[in-house]
Design a binder for this molecule. Structure first.
Ligand code: KIV
Ligand code: ZN
Length: 570
């Protein structure tokens, strides 16, 4: 890469005539810009296989559904398909009253004429005129002087006024783009835009759109913002001009260009869903809109069902949304890392407990519900990197098991160990199945088939209450009818088991229980932890419609797990 010396920022991006700017003093965007989708033109013309009429129609209807009021539907003079699509929309009255279609035209007489023919009969149309203005294009492609390039724009601007008068049934708005603006000297960009404004402004009764494209993104985003602020300050009749941006994404900072450009005075953004478009694409409107949303600004576009947006986009364009694409990507809400999972679970819990409606959850800048994503499948994902919090979160939120804090660590290692061995991510169902077969209702070789308890209350103040149990047990295939007393239910069961010839040598460590609402078959879950004489702990989980029998099942499960290690039942 030593030939970097053949590049220089100065060649492509001409120096700015001024050095003082104000846009950086603002720290957020206050309102949504006017959005214009160019999916059906700039996006479409960059596809390996451009959309057919049905696909364009489906995409158009979707753009309308999510709230676009301005949609560039094509370059009708450039191809028959584009012309026919324009006619199809108009002839079949498919454009809602509050939606304005936009059509692109070069500044050439026959192309302008054909463009006006294409939109005949439409109610509201933006005709978008462009010619290329950069130093490199003037020097190498057109080989024309500055005056000649301005002349091309002026001629097109005048012709548009002529055709406007020929189609009085349509309400026209005019837009001009100095194509390759980012490589244009700012004084020249100013002069060519003002020349067009001076032709249109005295005649047009609505605002003129001046669209400044980063046709090729060449600079750091703040340099683009400087260019926009400069233009915003020097355009004639600024109050009657809508300043529009059209950033491409060559350096991967199209979103930054758009955002800083809005701070610098722009009113309107042209872009595409998920950033489809020439080369690295146009600016991604999904990201821009949801970025605004996460700063508490109404984006005036509806991405509350982001999966639908991805599905339509991928099917109709044949492009794909990468797994890490902001907001739409499959993995963008996923937390695999244990510490992230833990912080997210705690953040969610904190939110529930405090009832605070503001979104402040660690690691998640957006509540996935707001774009129609779910917490379970999308956020906490379990692989070998995951932690106890993530496993507990899934078991609680998908299956209703509130894992005791002291059990989480052992369970976390157990589950992530399975993922590590198999080198795969585990789905919530697989986590539940593994948890169930290891911990819940383990009835072999020890099983207690029934148990009846009696509460023995003492008449003396100082005496502790006690419990007696009558139960039947099957241990290693051998049947027992047993009785026992204890200072609680599980103590009574333990003492009854100790009547057998097996060596039930353990202590209770902890016990907890809760009702399960998610799983309709069981109504209670109990968790028992016992320790053998070396202090090693064994958890067991029991479920049953009866909370008392759930606790017996939990103890039996813990005993069977202990036996797996100690083999005290041979
Ligand atoms: O990128 C660009 O400059 C364009 C113009 C036609 C606006 O698409
Ligand atoms: Zn473009």
């Amino acid at each position: 890469m030593k030939n970097y010396t053949k590049y220089s920022p100065g060649y492509f991006v001409p120096p700015m005539p001024v050095t003082e700017f104000d846009w950086y003093k603002k720290d957020h965007i206050e309102k949504a810009p006017v959005w214009c989708s160019v999916d059906l033109r700039d996006g479409n013309q960059a596809l390996i296989v451009p959309m057919n009429l049905d696909e364009k129609l489906e995409f158009f209807n979707y753009l309308v559904k999510i709230g676009f009021k301005e949609i560039e539907i094509g370059f009708p003079a450039a191809s028959q398909t584009e012309f026919e699509f324009t006619r199809y929309l108009i002839d079949n009255d498919l454009i809602p009253e509050d939606v304005t279609i936009q059509v692109l035209t070069q500044s050439r007489a026959h192309i302008i004429e054909r463009t006006f023919e294409a939109v005949q009969g439409a109610k509201n149309v933006i005709v978008h005129l462009y010619n290329s203005t950069s130093f490199a294009q003037r020097q190498q492609v057109f080989r024309r002087s500055e005056e000649e390039i301005i002349g091309i724009a002026e001629e097109g601007a005048r012709l548009m006024l002529k055709y406007r008068d020929m189609y009085p049934e349509t309400k026209f708005q005019f837009q001009y783009s100095p194509e390759s603006f980012t490589g244009t000297e700012m004084e020249f960009a100013r002069d060519i835009c003002n020349a067009v404004i001076d032709i249109w402004h005295p005649v047009m009764d609505n605002k003129i759109i001046i669209n400044l494209p980063a046709t090729v993104e060449m600079s750091l985003p703040h340099v683009f913002a400087n260019q926009i602020e400069y233009m915003s300050k020097v355009l004639h009749n600024r109050e009657d001009v809508i300043l529009s941006l059209h950033p491409h994404n060559d350096r991967g900072t199209g979103v930054a260009d758009a955002e800083l450009g809005l701070l610098a005075g722009a009113d309107r953004i042209e872009g595409t869903l998920f950033g489809n478009g020439e080369r690295t694409g146009n600016v991604d409107i999904v990201t821009l809109a949801i970025n605004m949303f996460t700063h508490g600004v109404d984006p005036e576009l509806d991405f509350s069902n982001i999966k639908e947006a991805v599905e339509i986009y991928e099917r109709v364009t044949g492009m794909s949304v990468g797994p890490r694409q902001p907001y739409g990507g499959k993995l963008v809400f996923a937390a695999f890392s244990g510490s992230h999972q833990d912080a997210i679970s705690k953040g969610m819990k904190w939110r529930e407990e405090t009832g605070d409606n503001r979104w402040t959850c660690p690691y998640l800048p957006l509540d996935p519900h707001d774009v129609g994503r779910t917490y379970d499948g999308d956020i906490i994902r379990i692989n070998s990197q995951s932690g106890k919090g993530g496993v507990a979160y899934i078991l609680e939120h998908s299956y209703g098991y509130i894992i005791p804090k002291t059990m989480m660590s052992e369970l976390g290692y157990f589950i992530t160990g399975i993922s590590d061995n198999a080198q795969v991510e585990l789905q919530p169902r697989e986590i539940y199945d593994a948890f169930k077969s290891e911990y819940i209702n383990r009835f072999s070789p020890i099983d207690i088939s029934d148990a009846t308890f009696n509460h023995l209350s003492t008449t003396k103040d100082e005496g502790a209450d006690s419990m007696s149990v009558k139960m039947r047990a099957v241990i290693n295939g051998e049947r027992f009818t047993l009785e026992g007393d204890g200072n609680g239910r599980l103590d009574a069961v333990s003492n009854a088991l100790r009547q057998t010839h097996y060596n039930f040598d353990y202590d209770f460590v902890t016990y907890s229980e809760h009702a399960i609402s998610e799983d309709s078959n069981s109504k209670a879950a109990a968790y028992v932890c016992i320790a053998d004489k070396t202090g090693k702990q064994y958890w067991g989980v029991g479920t049953h419609a009866d909370i008392i029998l759930a606790s017996v099942n939990a103890l039996v499960s813990a005993l069977n797990r202990m036996n797996e290690h100690l083999h005290f039942i041979k």
